[in-house]
Design a protein around this ligand. Structure first.
Ligand code: FPP
Length: 227
């Protein structure tokens, strides 16, 4: 039986370079990147296999960027959620997040909660945005909880406490922008993910390239440690 692309996760890298190459400000790249988020999400919602699309939108390290860029990303996210609620509804997409939202403004937190509430019944696709997300931190927090509980430590008991593990194992992990690293993204759930690295900058990534990746994924042999 061929591999099923149930959970696709993407590290969206290269917005800044896309803009700089065109003599534009970096934030213009993020603006175009948000359009790619929309087209790729809509494609995924119409794909027969994809149930979960997890996108790395803001890492715990991204706060180190200049304040102007961080503020822009916050506004972009807020506008995206406001303007795209209709897209979530039209394509029956459930919106979810992973990561620590407490550092975001209360207005943005309210926006995120409202879109989650409005879309919670949709089942065609779950789009998970990783926001102020870091995988090591999430695993450490789960381990601390497990220690306090006194329960025996196993893959199952720890896995149950990892916030993002509720969306299941990652089948395809893609990083755009040419670098070949995981940058603290979904480390637990990517244990047996098939990895794809593309030089395409995120604003230039499109559903055709995602289809090509899924076609290659289908040809790979996944043994999950067996033979
Ligand atoms: C990486 O490009 C991208 C980010 C840090 C942010 C991702 C944000 C978006 C795709 C747009 C907004 C998202 C939503 C959901 C509305 P980079 O800036 O690190 O690029 P570079 O490596 O070329 O500098």
């Amino acid at each position: 039986m061929s591999n099923i692309a149930r959970h696709v996760a993407i590290i969206m890298d290269g917005n800044g370079r896309w803009a700089t190459e065109r003599g534009l400000k970096r934030v213009k790249g993020h603006e175009r990147g948000a359009e790619t988020v929309r087209t790729v999400t809509t494609f995924a919602s119409n794909h027969p296999e994809i149930e979960v699309l997890t996108l790395y939108a803001f890492s715990t390290e991204n706060w180190r960027r200049p304040k102007m860029e961080v503020d822009f990303l916050m506004r972009l996210l807020d506008n995206y959620l406001k303007n795209e609620t209709k897209t979530y509804i039209k394509h029956q997409i459930r919106f979810e997040t992973i990561g620590d939202l407490s550092r975001f403004s209360s207005a943005l937190q309210r926006r995120i909660a409202a879109v989650k509430e409005e879309t919670k019944g949709f089942k065609r696709l779950t789009q998970v945005l990783a926001l102020n997300y870091g995988s090591q931190d999430e695993i450490a927090r789960a381990a601390a909880q497990l220690c306090r509980s006194g329960e025996a430590i196993s893959v199952e008991t720890l896995g149950r406490r990892i916030e993002s593990a509720r969306f299941g194992p990652v089948d395809i992990l893609i990083r755009t922008g040419g670098d070949q690293r995981l940058s603290n993204f979904l480390l637990w759930q990517s244990a047996y993910a098939e990895l794809f690295f593309t030089p395409t900058l995120w604003p230039d990534f499109d559903p055709d390239e995602l289809e090509t990746i899924i076609a290659e994924f289908k040809t790979r042999t996944r043994r999950f440690g067996g033979i």
